[in-house]
Design a protein around this ligand. Structure first.
Ligand SMILES: Cc1cc2nc3c(=O)[nH]c(=O)nc-3n(C[C@H](O)[C@H](O)[C@H](O)COP(=O)(O)OP(=O)(O)OC[C@H]3O[C@@H](n4cnc5c(N)ncnc54)[C@H](O)[C@@H]3O)c2cc1C
Length: 449
């Protein structure tokens, strides 16, 4: 909230009355949108102020909405967007609330549309397809599907939202077999910027279907994803931690796993280096994954020989592992940019479903708002140096994962010029008034225009 306030004051001083007038209209819009929503939805689904919205990053926790509303159906979402359009009120859409900047999913001063009550699960008779409400978090998705011994493409952490995860891409332990989560969406139910409902699949709306795979919140509000369901019983996962002297051995293993074992698509892993200020040193965490109930699968044979400090690797349900990961990445810190291997098999699987691409993610967490600029400068420096090093090594690829990108980065440009231009044309087509653009009513996250 502090940064929102200070930039608002600067604008008012610079542009005087004209801005003051525009602000008065905007405030009127907010008051009238909130009052219409209060009347339509009543105290069960409408809440003034911020209420108890769950969001992960402290910067969003410090962002204040004028009011928030929790739809339970596609029709509700359409009604809400209608009121918002009529009143020209700023708004944001919140899935699991893991975006990191004000206005990304908590509206700075406008309406927050919180999707958390939309958590339906409809498994098809063949059990190969599942229609999911877009307000799921990964835990509710895993738990809902484990009853059927099924799962879908989800990520590591229990409280990450399906909405943002899938719309941005979605790296999963099942990616080596099936590609990214977005490669496994067969159909979207979407409330368009004009508040009507569209069923978007490869046949009905091929352009929008293309656009929604990585296009985030630029095309409307997704209310349901129809996705691939896959058989899944208990599996191997967990975390092992290592002292810094094991770094070379771990990196060597990571290399082995992504090369020698690249065709074992039951296997996935990620690893991270955590700086410990007290020791001025790094600890290493390695997370093995094997989608079958095998405690010592062949790919991890050498990895298992490296002496570790602590270990939770075991056979269990993915829902339980996702809860464990959530406790390792608690909410409330301030964070910026995160490294996860993108397996060759994942790229292949993604291409079979139309295409997608790998990833190094720097996550920085800090406590005090006064440090925001210094940390931002550090992250930018780190990115610049990493790009320079990978370019020299001939290993650079310009693709950026939108769900891990920092706000100074431009992930849409990194999709390539032809894709970017196509996305812009589609966006203009479905949203001629520009509601979901940087100058419109839903301005947060990364915008195409
Ligand atoms: C701790 C942690 C762990 C993570 N682990 C993984 C991982 O394993 N794999 C991976 O790929 N990514 C991972 N991510 C990144 C994650 O996928 C993104 O942060 C994602 O955008 C979060 O989605 P959300 O719904 O929780 O966030 P939100 O902040 O709610 O949403 C993110 C953006 O998507 C928009 N949005 C959400 N739902 C909808 C909807 N229904 N319609 C239109 N727009 C919508 C929001 O408006 C917002 O702009 C992780 C992030 C964190 C913080």
């Amino acid at each position: 909230m502090a940064s929102f306030k200070s930039s608002f004051i600067t604008t008012l001083l610079r542009h005087g009355l004209a801005i003051a007038f525009a602000t008065a209209i905007a405030t009127q819009g907010i008051t009238s949108a909130c009052s219409r929503l209060a009347t339509t939805f009543g105290p069960d689904a409408y809440f003034p102020g911020n209420g108890n919205i769950t969001v992960w990053d402290a910067k969003q926790q410090e962002t204040n909405s004028a009011c928030w509303v929790q739809p339970t159906s596609t029709e509700d979402v359409s009604t809400i967007l209608g009121h918002i359009k009529d009143t020209s009120c700023r708004f944001a859409v919140k899935g699991g609330g893991h975006a990191r900047n004000p206005d990304d999913s908590v509206s700075a001063g406008g309406v927050t549309i919180d999707m958390q009550r939309m958590r339906s699960i409809e498994v098809s008779p063949s059990q190969r397809i599942v229609k999911l409400g877009s307000g799921h978090v990964l835990l509710s998705l895993y738990q809902g599907l484990e009853k059927y011994n099924l799962t879908s493409l989800g990520g590591r952490v229990a409280d990450v939202g399906l909405g943002g995860f899938v719309l941005g891409g979605g790296f999963s332990h099942l990616s080596p077999k099936y590609g990214l989560a977005m490669d496994n969406v067969f159909e979207y139910e979407l409330v368009l910027p004009n508040a009507t409902v569209a069923i978007v699949n490869e046949v009905t709306q091929p352009d929008l279907y293309f656009a929604l795979r990585g296009g985030m919140n630029n095309f409307g509000i997704v209310t349901h994803f129809t996705m691939r369901a896959v058989p899944q019983g208990q599996m191997l996962a967990g975390t092992r931690t290592y002292t810094a002297d094991k770094r070379d051995a771990i990196i060597q293993q990571a290399y082995q796993l992504t090369t020698k074992w690249k065709n074992d698509t039951a296997m996935a892993f990620h690893y991270s280096f955590g700086y410990k200020q007290e020791a001025d040193d790094y600890t290493i965490a390695f997370n093995p994954g094997y989608s079958l109930p095998i405690l010592y699968p062949a790919p991890f044979e050498e990895q298992n020989q490296i002496p570790f400090e602590t270990g939770t690797s075991r056979i269990g349900w993915n829902s339980q592992f996702s809860i464990e990961s959530a406790s390792a990445t608690p909410s409330g810190g301030r964070s910026n940019l995160v490294i996860q291997p993108l397996f060759e098999a994942a790229i292949r699987a993604g291409k079979e479903r139309g295409g997608s691409a790998a990833v190094v993610l720097l996550t920085v967490r800090w406590e005090n708002a006064e440090d925001d600029d210094r940390i931002d400068a550090f992250a930018r420096r780190w990115v610049r140096r990493s790009i320079a090093v990978t370019k020299v090594a001939g290993r650079f690829h310009p693709w950026l994962y939108i769900n891990y990108a920092g706000k100074h980065q431009d992930p849409f440009r990194a999709y390539g010029e032809a894709n970017l231009q196509r996305l812009k044309v589609i966006q203009r087509d479905v949203d001629p008034q520009g509601l979901f653009t940087s100058q419109g009513l839903c301005r947060g996250y990364f915008k195409l225009r």
